[in-house]
Design a protein around this ligand. Sequence first.
Ligand code: NDP
Length: 397
Amino acid sequence: MHRRVSVLGATGSVGSSTLALMDEAERAGTARFTVAALTGGRNIERLAEAARRWRPELVVTAWPELKSDLEDALAGSGIPVAAGESALIEAALRPADWIMAAIVGVAGLKSTWAAAGTGAIVGLANKESLVCCGPALMARATTAGGRILPVDSEHSAIYQVFPHDHPEGVRRLVLTASGGPFRQTPAAELARVTPERAVAHPNWSMGAKISVDSATMANKGLEMIEAAYLFGMPADRIDVVVHPESVIHSMVEYVDGSTLAQMGPPDMKTPIACALAWPDRLSWPAPRLDLAAMGQLTFEAPDPVRFPALRLAREALEAGGGAPTIFNAANEVAALAFLDRRLAFLNIAAVIAETLERMVKTGADSDFDDACAGALALDAHARRVAIEIVGDLALAA
Ligand code: NDP
């Protein structure tokens, strides 16, 4: 297999796993890669190291003020360097067979949107862009002759067991959730948890923002919205079950009573490999599942009282229009405020609820013409509202 790839967000958890997987596959002699573009943010050292290894045609930092640092780090390499938002778009537009969209948050929307318009296969980790622009993003990829392949392990699982030619055979999708680090933490203690505890996920190693999302279960809410758009499924046919071992990554229940599940060790390289080689399979030194050693798999219902973000996401999906964008913006603002110690853990959901309340009920979620620009405008508006609410809650604390 030879692929010409770009990795947007190459310095992050998913981006680094993508490059590590490519490296392992090349060493195993099962694939070869040419890298068109790599992008990163503030981690110049990691970006330069990746650029020296892969020799992309273009390497970009999102921050113009860091361009000279990147140039210094790559001095003598001959690798072209650029910086800033337009350079990120340029990286996304470079001809490639496969583009990994792994920037975190709505900051990844413009480049994901650009990538989807190229006709390449987009490996989508940046769930926030799908949440904000779902149907339009899917349509854009199809119109351009490409497609969106999910990288989130849950959606990769569903993608692998979904009857793409006969979707009428599906009764419901079941997303599994690990339950995060606070699955068994009493409500009273949740009020005092720290960012350090929130990012210490029991099964997965991830970036800080998605780790907080996992702890609040806002991540599962975002994934519910993501699943609705990827698989054309209404909210009332998507369920969540907590499965602490993270071995079954999600399931499709069929109308005849069958349920198909996809399993694997909790390692992001496996869903990345699936998207990278689809419809083929990439052979790499993957960790293997030892079910006998594991002994048992367990399941439980999510707790709607301690984790209200899941219900809020469902309500946003049902409300439609810009509500998922508002949910996402408020969540990003609140998660960041929590990481900065400006907001208590339990107030993350409170910020989301209040932002939705103020904006959806006052009609500020009204629809827009250009999906990407409209989502960004709505996102900016929702952020302003959420920041105000974070300030009010901080003062009240
Ligand atoms: P990380 O925080 O680890 O990495 C984010 C990447 O985006 C880094 O390359 C970062 O650069 C870059 N970045 C940050 N801010 C900006 C910006 N304003 N403009 C451009 N680039 C920016 O995140 P993850 O890898 O954990 O997550 C990436 C996406 O994948 C998220 O949408 C997440 O929800 C999704 N995802 C993640 C999973 C995981 O296991 N981590 C699993 C499934 C989905 P730098 O670090 O150099 O500043």
